[in-house]
Design a binder for this molecule. Sequence first.
Ligand SMILES: Cc1ncc(COP(=O)(O)O)c(C=O)c1O
Length: 424
Amino acid sequence: MPNFSLEDRVFEEAAAAFPTPFHLYDEAGIRERARALNAAFAWCEDFQEYFAVKALPTPAILRILKEEGCGVDCSSETELALADACGFSGRDVMFSANAMPDEEFDHARAMGAYINLDDISHIDILAKHGGIPETVCCRYNPGGDFKIGNAIMGNPGESKYGFTYEQLREGLRRLKALGARRFGLHAFLSSNTVDNGYYPTLAKILFTCGRDLAEETGLTLAFINLSGGVGIPYLPDQDKTDIRQVGEGVRKAYEAIFPKGGVAIKTELGRWMTGPMGWLVTRATHHKDTYRHYIGVDACAVNLMRPAMYGAYHHITVCGKRDWACDHVYDVTGSLCENNDKFAINRALPRIDEGDLLVIHDTGAHGFSMGYNYNGRLRSAEILYTQEGGYRMIRRAETPRDYFATLDIDPAAPALGLTKEDAQ
Ligand SMILES: Cc1ncc(COP(=O)(O)O)c(C=O)c1O
């Protein structure tokens, strides 16, 4: 089920201190999850989580995860720069990009990051941009369907990522000829999977493939990168992943294939790490009754795109009304000129009055970070609920000035309260 760990009081206190809408993150909860993951993989002498920056690219969060021993997985030059500014460097950084500008390899190499190549053609690009490192990682795509038991969990054959097995063999031989000595192997075969068998099944594929490639190429297998994809229960009746059981499943596969150990394990979790530890807090501002009953709120899809983009379910509670009967059926909408700008459709909720504070659950990963500026709407602030019980703004809300910063027009629109000086 969704995460109900914070009392309404927390959201109400935050909303008294900061204007809505905002995302609120629970520092203690994020630390707990990082510790639970590290405990689940403590059997592996060389384990490290590289938090997927794209899930929640906010410095205060990255620093918390750094304190918990995590590295970062970056997918662009800007994310590399963000990681750099937060104090990550060297082997604490993984660079997993695809179809990227060539120069991004230069930056990643200058930071000493692990490079995770997405395609065989990237070998020549890396050779020219930063050079081939002693240890290099490659992304595997086994093709076909990805199954856990009989259930199809993903379709790698239709995915744009990774090398085929034959390309891995050829690519690794070429990397060896260019100076590489050790390699890592990475794959991401299924997204948001709460099945405890996901990582163990993926691990078995990667362990086998990595062992065989090491034999075939003469390179040393340095690490397996299980990437992200471990899911969270967005739905009320959904089970959650048991991370201890996941770690145990990976251990069994590891011991069967690497009885002498010696191969490190890395993960790049995003959603599992922070997803349940974030909430979008928004106020009901309008109601409208036509063929349906609508509640308009002051957040919209630019603040949380997943429902509009994927039809994703996010649980909603109304502060102070958690015990009320859910005897009203509403569409909860934002203000965009897009009919899919709905946080909930035909959702049974308690009666909502204008001014009520609504809490949209599980927004701590791929929430704020997928934001955009359609209709000139602006991204919200982010608030940290600190482990001491305080509230700290860790990103301010955008202002019209931010929106105009990339334009060469005079935005001195009195309606926005902007002056010519603002534009300079
Ligand atoms: C290369 C890579 N690693 C890690 C992640 C994080 O995935 P998740 O947040 O589902 O764990 C992603 C997500 O897109 C990814 O592309």
